[in-house]
Design a protein around this ligand. Structure first.
Ligand code: F6R
Length: 364
């Protein structure tokens, strides 16, 4: 059942290239994103003036990545709401808001109730759901199924990647329908999205390298994930994954925010996982890394290619293949998942069934 892997989580991490292929390729017609088979009407994209993403946990983190991508590419405002908060608010949405509800199980009660509220506000809802025929899929106006296959491990990995891919597909179709992207631009976007699949395959070859990092992190009571831009959105998920299965307390910080308080916690040997895959802010990241290094942090740098000239800034360097900075989240996510996995495993914990957690949260 585990296909030769010691845990479902590791199996599911390795299934990501296939899950992404299954989610993306059926929605590509003539090299362009196409939701005809899903029955999603382009009217929803034409009418949309802003977007609200509603979800919980990892699914919400996929929404935060989607927000960063859509806002920077399309200049359309995206609001990401924690479902359990949204459902008790008077929401600021209307018929001009496209609501995207993201849920692996399609049964998370807070997400479901938040979606019902969004519909009462007159918004059209597209759900991004993995489980066929689940309640959220049935009750949403449109559903974009992710084809990750069953996810057994409590910690979500492949479902997260395909949720991000679904957000990218929606962003690309939206850009095309609104005339923000030309056909050429949309084709280029899709080709880069598909390009993340071999990049992930290559990234997975670094599992042994990541294992050595995990052997360090397992001894730490706390860890910090820092990044800027797309990297910051990803660090939120990196911290959640580590906490969830390895019980190492972890926090994600926008790298520029450290000096506004958190840097007080950076002392000798504290692991700092620094994501630096965004060339536009790379130098800024390097100066943030120097700040933590100067306080004795053990820096694990995740970056693209070979930008680092000064080896002094990090203790461990994990490289992901060179690619467009809008798409690095897919490969970098795999590294973060592997860090959490190997840390949990090195501590001898029950990786697939972390304490106090259930796969599907159907109670409030
Ligand atoms: C973390 C994790 C959870 C879920 C969250 C939402 O690894 O799996 O944070 O993402 O409970 O679940 P779904 O996506 O089923 O709505």
């Amino acid at each position: 059942q585990k296909g030769g892997f010691p845990h479902f989580m590791l199996k599911e991490i390795y299934e990501q290239p296939e899950s992404l292929r299954n989610t993306i390729t059926p929605r590509i017609v003539n090299s362009l994103p196409d939701f005809t088979e899903d029955g999603i009407d382009d009217e929803v994209f034409k009418n949309c003036e802003n977007i609200t993403v509603i979800a919980c946990g990892t699914a919400m983190h996929a929404g935060i990545v989607g927000k960063a991508m859509i806002e920077s590419e399309l200049r359309i405002p995206v609001n990401v709401e924690i479902a359990s908060e949204f459902r008790y608010k008077e929401p600021l949405i209307n018929e001009k808001t496209l609501v995207i509800v993201t849920s692996q199980s399609g049964e998370t009660i807070d997400t479901l109730e938040a979606m019902r509220l969004a519909k009462r506000c007159g918004s059209k809802v597209i759900s991004i759901v993995n489980v066929k025929g689940s309640t959220i899929a049935r009750e949403s106006d449109y559903v974009l199924y992710t084809h990750a296959g069953p996810e057994i491990a409590v910690a979500s990995t492949k479902a997260y990647s395909v949720q991000m891919a679904a957000m990218y597909l929606i962003g690309c179709r939206l850009g095309l329908v609104k005339g923000i992207y030309s056909e050429e631009q949309a084709k280029e976007f899709i080709s880069k999205l598909l390009g993340t699949i071999p990049v992930i395959e290559e990234t997975l070859l670094q599992a042994d390298e990541v294992k050595t990092v995990a052997n360090y992190i397992k001894m730490a009571p706390d860890a910090f994930f820092i990044g800027r831009g797309m990297d910051y959105t990803l660090s939120l998920e990196g911290a959640l994954k580590l906490k969830e299965i390895s019980y190492v307390h972890a926090e994600a910080y926008a790298a520029g925010e450290l000096k506004h308080g958190t840097i007080a916690l950076i002392t000798e040997n504290v692991p700092v996982i620094a994501l630096a895959t965004q060339p536009a802010v790379y130098e800024k990241m390097v100066s943030n890394i120097r700040e933590v290094k100067a306080r004795g942090a053990y820096v694990i740098l995740i970056s693209m290619g070979d930008e680092v000239t000064d080896t002094q800034i990090c203790d461990k360097h994990i490289r992901i293949p060179k690619q467009d900075s809008l798409f690095t989240v897919f490969a970098a996510a795999v590294i973060l998942q592997l860090i959490a996995y190997y840390t949990s495993d090195a501590k001898g914990l029950d990786v697939d069934k972390p304490r106090n957690l259930a796969k599907s949260v159907t109670v409030e």
